[in-house]
Design a protein around this ligand. Structure first.
Ligand SMILES: O=c1ccn([C@@H]2O[C@H](COP(=O)(O)O)[C@@H](O)[C@H]2O)c(=O)[nH]1
Length: 273
């Protein structure tokens, strides 16, 4: 999917919501457990209930890998029921030497036909370049939402500018490819630093996890992070897909997604540059 197509969807749906399909077999509603593929059935109903409210789905690959071969089957079937105009993100956090990275890119872009994949930039340019493909996106971890982001990302560099390491990561990696093939992960819990991110990458899309269960503010991230093409995909996983654990799970997921979409509609009116 191109940047223009993504922006078109954002304007059409008045939403920059990404629904995280972090489907944990242990958290599935009881009544789905005797279906042929409970994980797929759960995802199918979540997608049916939320597809008109979101512009992206982000299965976190760990939830599928942990199930062995059956998990990959559930993931493949899930991708087949996601409407073609919705952006798909393989949250896989890969990163390896060039020839291995090529195989990761093939796995997610060709075999599974995802639009994008998350990658850790720690191994540098050659580990990222194989993901720079036409109409596909690489989403680099920049400033993550967890407390461990302090350990490395927030280290001050002794380079005279006293920049944080995450700023150097943004500055260097922004030259690896065009802004219409690269996004950055920036946690919603990091609102205090989002202006610093925007000072370095004003035009890139940011994938923003960490609202809802992790406590990040949708308002703050929208006010500080939005650019002329919105430039934000805000993810919520548990807050939407586990809004209820009962037979009404899909209905409650829709209500949670609708609440976020309505808030996003306001921010698009207010902050779209
Ligand atoms: O910095 C990061 C990078 C990735 N994630 C992932 O996003 C979702 C968040 O789920 P919630 O249930 O909405 O908290 C999950 O897949 C994480 O692995 C992140 O949280 N922070």
């Amino acid at each position: 999917m191109t940047r223009e197509q993504l922006f078109e969807q954002i304007l059409k749906k008045k939403s920059y919501l990404c629904v995280g399909l972090d489907t944990d077999p242990k958290k599935l509603p009881q009544h789905l457990l005797d279906t042929e593929d409970p994980v797929f059935e759960f995802n199918r109903q979540i997608i049916e209930a939320t597809a008109d409210l979101c512009v992206a789905y982000k299965p976190n690959i760990a939830f599928y890998e942990a199930q062995g071969p059956a998990g990959w089957v559930s993931l493949e079937k899930t991708l087949q029921v996601i409407p073609g105009d919705i952006f798909t993100i393989a949250d896989a956090k890969r990163g390896d030497i060039g020839n291995t990275a090529e195989l990761y890119a093939r796995a997610f872009f060709e075999t599974l036909n995802f639009d994008s994949v998350t990658v850790a930039p720690y191994m540098g340019a050659d580990s990222v370049k194989p993901f720079l493909q036409p109409d596909k996106w690489v989403i680099l971890l920049a400033l993550t939402s967890n407390t461990g982001s302090q350990d490395f990302q927030m280290l001050r560099l002794e380079d005279g500018n006293e920049e944080y390491l995450f700023e150097q990561v943004l500055r260097t990696s922004a030259d690896w490819g065009p802004a219409d093939q690269m996004m950055y992960v920036v946690g919603a819990t990091q609102a205090d630093y989002v202006q610093r991110v925007r000072d370095i990458v004003p035009n890139h899309f940011l994938l923003v996890p960490g609202v809802g269960a992790q406590g990040g503010s949708l308002e703050d991230i929208s006010r500080i992070g939005m650019n002329k093409q919105c430039g934000l995909l805000v993810n919520s996983s548990r807050g939407i897909i586990y809004a209820s654990s009962g037979p009404d799970f899909a209905e409650k997921a829709r209500e949670a997604a609708l609440a976020m979409q309505r808030e996003m509609e306001q921010y698009l009116d207010q902050y779209l540059g």
